[in-house]
Ligand binder design. Structure first.
Ligand code: SER
Length: 562
């Protein structure tokens, strides 16, 4: 079953069961400044869940179905494995006050087992906690459909969804697993998550389902990974043809990353994003530049734009692109490649001459931090990120006005989302110390607009219970709407205050100390250049997405604010 057939089969199935087919919305969400990209099918329908818009008057029915183009860059390091992609499509059916759990589960079961003839391994439902009760209703519905089905129960991390951005509908989920992979997420939007983290019941209950097309195709087409399915086949083949057989050896993952990044870049460009140094444009710039560098490492010197037609061969019928847009996309790719090649040549020359300071390479040659990191890694060396950010902050302080435009966005971490992650990082640091002990010290930190990454000293893998405790503590503190305040003091005074931080000479005489909490009930106190939010209520819900080893004695957490 090829991708065209499955998209159609899905939409037809739901249309014949009372759903209006709605085309995919743009990758740039409309009227939702809290998110950079469309990350799920429900995003274009957010106003219908809250009742601001009425589905009946807009679509003639309370139920819709779509195949939605989506971008997620929070797991960008995982791209190139068997299942992760930065661009993917989501098959979904939605109801805004129409049907609810019973119909949603029955429809999903029928589609998977009858239409696709796939065997369900097991399903999962939300187990409940003191905040939101468990979903026994869904459990009973599954049992009534098929008493032999295994119904597992998981907590919020797995079986609770939303909101996208800092507020919106959210609720418990039930998920379908096939071949050990979660393929369909069925969300029951019963609550509205407010920006301060509190939840109010939605007046009308809603359904939001999402099934990743590429993962489904992997199963239906009996492939090992998403890159072998028909939404990648031509592109992979065309890239591979340019790579010599020696360069291919051991570089399969790199070829996959190139394919992923080219595809995502073309979709971003076709929705109007242009490479730049801020937010969406910065992500596009990173994807293009990373693909260029990987191509060069494989000895391919062609422009990435030669693969435009390979991508079009896969998607042209579904997402047509005008000739005019085609020329724009090709010329934007080439322009960015030229800019990057100049930057790269200069930066590489300096790196080869022995320059290892990412700050110098960035400020003098425009050489991105992540390039220095990757090059250093290839040589088995390590770059001190903390030092880079520290110098960037000091640099900005010195030349605030002239730097304002230049360092905006992904590098200096001053976008609204990055500021939130900054504060969340302090909260995580403190929460880890409270849950695991005071041996926990920050070893590294990296923030993007989509997630935080925090490395810290600790010798064992964290247990589920410990992770839960850390999340709960942070979310509790978020709910308490604690003030975040800053005072400027001399270093010794900061030490006396018990502030966390790196006490080294590099700090100038006076340091900024950020306190989270009231004067008499301080939660976290840390030396930092900022900036931070003014109240923890701005953060939404904190969730740990991954906990893993970073190096000996150092663990790494990736977490998001939802
Ligand atoms: N919004 C849910 C998800 O993205 C279901 O569509 O998983």
């Amino acid at each position: 079953m090829d991708s065209k057939t499955i998209r159609k089969k899905f939409l037809d199935f739901f249309e014949s069961r009372g759903h209006a087919i709605v085309p995919s919305s743009s990758l740039i969400p409309e009227n939702d400044p809290s998110v950079l990209f469309t990350t799920a099918g429900m995003q274009q329908f957010k106003p219908y869940y809250s009742g601001v818009k009425k589905a009946k008057s807009d679509f003639g029915t309370s139920n819709t179905t779509s195949v939605q183009k989506s971008i997620r860059t929070s797991d960008i390091e995982e791209v190139g494995d068997d299942t992760h992609l930065s661009f993917f499509e989501m098959l979904g059916n939605f109801s805004f006050g129409g049907y609810f759990k019973k119909e949603a589960i029955e429809l999903a079961h029928e589609f998977i087992t009858k239409e696709l003839e796939l065997e369900i391994d097991y399903v999962s439902v939300y187990e409940g906690d003191s905040d939101i009760p468990g979903d026994t209703e869904s459990e009973n519905i599954w049992n009534a459909i098929d008493s032999s089905l295994i119904v597992k129960k998981f907590g919020k991390e797995d079986n609770f969804w939303g909101p996208t951005g800092n507020e919106g509908p959210c609720g418990p989920t039930t998920e379908i697993y096939v071949n050990g992979v979660e393929i369909w997420n069925i969300v029951f939007n019963e609550y509205y998550c407010n920006a301060n983290g509190s939840k109010s019941p939605l007046k009308q209950k809603g359904v939001d389902t999402g099934m990743g097309l590429e993962r489904l195709l992997t199963m239906l087409q009996k492939k090992e990974n998403v890159f072998e399915t028909d939404v990648f086949e031509t592109l992979m083949k065309d890239i591979e043809e340019k790579v010599s057989s020696e360069s291919k050896v051991g570089n399969n993952r790199i070829i996959r990353i190139i394919a992923d990044h080219i595809k995502t870049s073309i979709f971003l460009l076709s929705d109007g994003v242009l490479p730049s140094n801020s937010e969406r444009g910065y992500i596009l710039r990173r994807l293009l530049r990373r693909a260029v560098r990987y191509m060069e490492s494989l000895g391919v010197l062609d422009s990435l734009s030669v693969f435009f037609d390979s991508v079009q061969a896969i998607y042209g019928d579904i997402y047509p692109i005008s000739d005019e847009m085609r020329s724009t996309i090709i010329s934007e790719i080439k322009k960015e490649e030229d800019k990057f090649k100049k930057t790269l040549a200069q930066g590489l020359k300096q790196f080869d001459k022995g320059e290892r300071d990412p700050f110098v390479l960035f400020t003098t040659y425009g050489f991105p931090l992540e390039m220095t990191q990757e090059l250093a890694l290839e040589k088995g060396e390590k770059i001190n990120e903390e030092d880079f950010f520290e110098k960037m902050r000091a640099h900005q302080e010195r030349s605030r006005s002239s730097a304002a435009g230049k360092f905006k966005g992904g590098l200096a971490g001053h976008s609204e989302m990055e500021i939130k992650y900054h504060t969340a990082t302090h909260m995580l640091h403190q929460a880890l110390r409270e849950v695991l002990g005071n041996h926990v010290v920050q070893k590294g930190s990296n923030i993007t607009t989509e997630r935080l990454r925090f490395d810290f000293s600790h010798h064992e893998k964290m247990t589920d219970d410990e992770k839960k405790k850390v999340e709960e503590l942070i979310n509790e503190k978020i709910k308490e709407s604690l003030p975040v305040t800053c005072t400027s003091v001399v270093l010794d005074e900061a030490k006396d205050m018990g502030a966390l931080g790196v006490f080294e000479d590099k700090y100038e005489d006076k340091v900024d100390v950020y306190t989270i909490g009231d004067q008499d009930a301080v939660f976290s106190i840390e030396i930092c250049g900022g900036p931070h939010v003014t109240s923890t209520s701005e953060l939404g819900t904190f969730r740990i997405k991954k906990e893993e080893s970073a190096s000996a004695g150092v663990r790494r957490i990736k977490a998001v604010l939802e």
